[in-house]
Ligand binder design. Structure first.
Ligand SMILES: Cc1cc2nc3c(=O)[nH]c(=O)nc-3n(C[C@H](O)[C@H](O)[C@H](O)COP(=O)(O)OP(=O)(O)OC[C@H]3O[C@@H](n4cnc5c(N)ncnc54)[C@H](O)[C@@H]3O)c2cc1C
Length: 491
């Protein structure tokens, strides 16, 4: 397994294809350091002996000890540990740990490449190729990101019907040595700091969309790939540092007639499996949310409770109600993920068929519980911000900048007027308001909220999954009986 320094050194050797605000930058540019330190935590923590059970795993391919972020889930225990690892690490950095896209995409492709080969009766070697790629990914302890979301053009048109043929990433040409792809994936988190980019389709596909059924993996600096990145850093502090300074990035990934050799292609035209891959990545990713959102819930709960304490209103009835609300959403999200892990099987839900065996035997979390948990916690994001805003009052919005707290002309006056709870040092109260300003009032805070709401699929996507997979008919039948109705279910 690598150290954080080895990970950063590796990125330093990559070609420059990252564009930020009109300039080309190195991956190790100072602007990306907060993000690198955040992902770097996954390396640092995995080195600690006390974390070995949770943060490392044994590769089913090589028997080597690997970072769990590169592991394929072999049983329910692995699913539980992935959820708990995510909650643990997100807690340490106070937000998204940013390495889950890779584990979620590898687990999805691992299964789909196997099924696509089966359908092709041995004419393709997607799965063997993927396993070779995966062995290197595990042995070198690489960071993967997942490029799923396409620009999608007109939302009411499906891929092949779009006036812009590249509105979804597509296969432009098939050659003896590989394929040529073009298109653009958007909002791709941590692509600018990832070693490898895993590309999967966005949505279910029809036969005429077959050129959009494509999955592959390439290094982040691959020829023909340009990344235009947005970097989300908090306002720099000079005098009153935070305990941990998180950072994140999201890229537009433009594939401009990009050549992908066959050994890196894991799906090419099998439109039936393109849709399954889209759903399966989303499913694994929604399961990851059942680890990260509870961690964010932990942070929000601590923040709300401290805001109440600083304001000395911690015993007020409305505060108790609001803290209870955060706890309920947090732990229901965790419970949904726990159940999804516990009911995990090598099965997926197929419309009209129900749950059917799928893939070479690795474990897939239960779909209903992944979707229920993600939707519940995703929709709660802005309500949680409302609770923080309510308990805090207006102070995070207008709290003076840090140098006003070092300037001898204003320092003592500001501390005098910051004092609220007589039992807490006023310097700590000031430090808390700076922290809450980062959450409620910064650009990074706003971006985090949108990511927590839409990432892994907007709530409508989970609602579609839940209602199309849930057995609503049997519930109607139950009520027909209870109500004494005479009609039977229409099957
Ligand atoms: C911070 C952040 C990080 C992200 N990270 C990643 C990542 O790492 N990898 C990745 O692949 N993706 C990532 N995403 C993308 C995320 O999965 C998408 O934002 C999400 O799936 C919604 O897609 P969209 O943004 O294109 O919204 P849209 O699809 O444009 O949705 C806008 C609205 O239109 C509605 N709508 C869309 N299509 C239809 C339709 N056909 N009929 C009716 N209504 C429709 C939606 O329900 C919604 O209300 C990230 C997003 C954010 C904000």
């Amino acid at each position: 397994m690598r150290t954080k320094e080895q990970y950063i050194n590796g990125l330093g050797k990559m070609k420059r294809n990252i564009y930020f605000d009109g300039n080309k930058i190195d991956r190790t540019d100072e602007l990306q350091m907060d993000c690198l330190n955040t992902i770097g935590t996954t390396f640092d923590e995995a080195q600690k002996p006390e974390n070995a059970g949770l943060l490392t795993a044994t590769s089913h391919l090589t028997g080597n000890t690997i970072n769990r972020f590169t592991h394929i889930h072999q049983n329910k225990e692995d699913l539980h540990k992935k959820q708990d690892m995510t909650r643990h690490l997100c807690g340490i950095v106070g937000g998204c740990i940013q390495r889950c896209m890779g584990i979620d995409a590898t687990n999805a492709i691992y299964n789909v490449s196997y099924e696509a080969d089966k359908m092709n009766n041995g004419k393709t070697q997607y799965h063997e190729n993927f396993k070779k790629w995966l062995t290197r990914f595990q042995n070198e302890d690489l960071v993967g990101c997942c490029a799923q979301t396409d620009v999608k053009g007109d939302r009411m048109l499906r891929p092949a019907d779009q006036p812009n043929q590249d509105a979804y990433v597509r296969i432009k040409e098939r050659t003896k040595d590989g394929i040529i792809v073009s298109g653009c994936k958007v909002h791709i988190s941590e692509a600018s700091v990832a070693d490898e980019v895993l590309v999967v389709p966005t949505r279910s596909l029809r036969e005429k969309d077959k050129d959009y059924a494509v999955a592959f993996a390439v290094p982040g600096d691959w020829d023909g790939l340009k990344q235009v990145v947005t970097i989300h850093n908090l306002r720099k502090r000079e005098h009153f540092p935070r305990g941990f300074v998180p950072g994140s990035t999201d890229s537009y990934m433009i594939f401009d007639n990009c050549f992908i050799p066959w050994e890196r292609v894991f799906l090419c035209g099998e439109y039936q499996h393109g849709g399954v891959l889209a759903l399966l990545f989303a499913l694994f990713h929604r399961h990851s949310y059942s680890g990260c959102k509870p961690a964010i819930g932990d942070v929000l709960l601590g923040t709300a409770a401290l805001a109440a304490e600083v304001n000395n209103i911690q015993k007020a009835e409305h505060v108790r109600e609001k803290l209870a609300e955060i706890i309920m959403v947090t732990e229901l999200g965790y419970a949904a993920g726990y159940t999804a892990s516990d009911l995990g099987k090598p099965e997926v839900y197929m419309p009209g068929m129900g749950f059917v065996p799928y893939g070479p035997g690795s474990y897939i979390p239960h779909s209903i519980y992944c979707n229920v948990g993600r939707c519940l916690t995703g929709e709660a994001v802005y309500r949680e911000q409302e609770i923080l805003c309510d308990i805090a009052g207006g102070i995070p919005a207008t709290f003076p900048h840090e140098k006003d707290f070092t300037n001898p002309e204003t320092k003592d006056l500001l501390l005098k007027y910051t004092q609220r709870n007589p039992n807490m040092p006023v310097e700590d109260q000031a430090q808390f308001w700076r922290y809450l300003g980062d959450i409620l009032c910064s650009a990074s805070g706003g971006i985090t909220n949108i990511g927590n709401f839409h990432g892994g699929g907007s709530p409508i996507m989970e609602q579609i999954a839940i209602t199309s997979q849930y057995d609503i008919e049997s519930r109607k039948e139950l009520v027909r009986f209870l109500a004494g109705m005479t009609t039977k279910n229409k099957k």
